[in-house]
Design a protein around this ligand. Structure first.
Ligand code: PLP
Ligand code: COI
Length: 349
């Protein structure tokens, strides 16, 4: 018997935190991860000298759980989140949380909050946010010796205001990630340093910044919270590749490449994309892809003070045909409406 759903206005949820019944916690001490457990306490009490507060040792993940038409609860490719978090932790000298334990923890916490997984067809999902912080004391710059791995879950609606309507981007004067830096891992530090640029973009009326490569400022990298995709005039999908490995390896992007190529029979080209190519009108559609963003259509990229004004007319009022087809095919797989590749959809039972 599945749990009765909570009485929320599922169709009007934003992307905001709503505490649920349980979070998952596991502590690392004396060189080992302990037993994980569920808690209904959504706050933490840790030392003022904990490494997280001083040197920002934190990594996180994001994935979603869905209710299928027949009432099952599923999540999408948690193994890839587990692997990415493993790599992120290693990069910040944190003890990686074992892959199998990560997947079990996701299942455990989603199952415990089944009543919070939005109903099928509501447009909302349960956002699952695993994260790990340094809880041990450090005062000199070094890695802590104690950590907490935690998963919170919260029901969410669309990431961008206005639902799934088209967004406008601007080009940031700031860089997101340095070559050989941390752009390819999912760590809070990458987001802290982009807040200033994000606020400036919002203030100027844009949903997000499009970042160019910080070495040459000529190639497309990604936005603050999603990878970028283009559809060319010949209907191929063009996926920007970073010359300096400073783009986050989006699980949505990697999945869409398979969906486009193997399910929709599209031509997919992964290559470096020059911003001047985008300016020259080479692409018919542009989309932002990520767990939170799903695929958000981009109507335009503007920076009036630099004379930049690019529009994607097919996305003036919502997704153009290619982004719409990709989005529908992916979300149908994620919600159990269509068969995806083996192992992508993991049932929580
Ligand atoms: N790029 C950045 C900077 C992100 O924060 C995210 C979100 O996770 C993504 C891309 C999309 O990645 P994914 O599809 O794995 O959610
Ligand atoms: C996600 O898509 O899961 C993210 O973590 C992006 C974040 C900006 C909300």
């Amino acid at each position: 018997m599945s749990a009765e759903k909570k009485n929320l206005d599922w169709g009007n949820l934003g992307f905001a935190y709503i505490p649920t019944d349980f979070s998952y916690v596991c502590n690392y001490k004396n060189g080992a991860w302990g037993e994980g457990f569920l808690t209904s306490d959504h706050s933490l009490q840790i030392s003022e000298c904990a490494g997280i507060f001083h040197y920002c040792q934190e990594v996180f993940e994001g994935l979603k759980a869905y209710t299928t038409r027949d009432g099952r609860i599923v999540c999408f490719r948690p193994d890839l989140n587990a692997e990415r978090m493993y790599a992120s932790a290693q990069r910040l000298c944190m003890p990686p949380f074992p892959i199998d334990r990560f997947i079990d923890a996701v299942k455990t916490v989603v199952k415990a909050n089944e009543a919070w997984v939005p109903p099928f067809g509501s447009g909302a999902t349960l956002y699952v946010r695993p994260f790990m912080i340094a809880t041990g004391d450090v005062i000199g710059v070094k890695a802590a010796t104690e950590y907490q791995f935690r998963i919170l879950v919260t029901p969410v609606g669309p990431y961008f205001k206005g639902g799934d309507t088209s967004v406008k981007l601007t080009i940031s004067d700031f860089d997101r990630a340095a070559p050989r830096g941390t752009g390819n891992i999912k760590a809070g530090l990458n987001y802290a340093m982009s807040l200033y640029a994000t606020e400036a973009a919002h203030h100027a009326g844009y949903a997000e910044n499009l970042y160019l490569d910080s070495q040459t400022r000529t190639f497309i990298e990604e936005t603050g919270g999603a990878n970028v995709l283009f559809a060319a005039a010949d209907s191929s999908l063009v996926v920007p590749k970073s010359a300096t490995d400073s783009i986050l390896p989006s699980i949505t992007r990697r999945s869409l490449i398979v969906v486009a190529r193997d399910i929709l029979g599209m031509q997919v080209v992964e290559r470096a994309v020059k911003f001047e190519e985008v300016q020259s009108g080479a692409f018919e559609e542009c989309g932002l892809c990520g767990t939170a963003a799903v695929i958000s259509p981009v109507a335009g990229i503007e920076k009036p003070e630099a004379g930049i004004s690019i529009s994607f007319p097919k996305a003036a009022n919502g997704a153009g045909p290619i982004m719409a087809k990709l989005r529908k095919t992916l979300t149908d797989i994620q919600t159990g409406e269509a068969e995806g590749p083996q192992g992508w959809v993991v049932e929580i039972n």
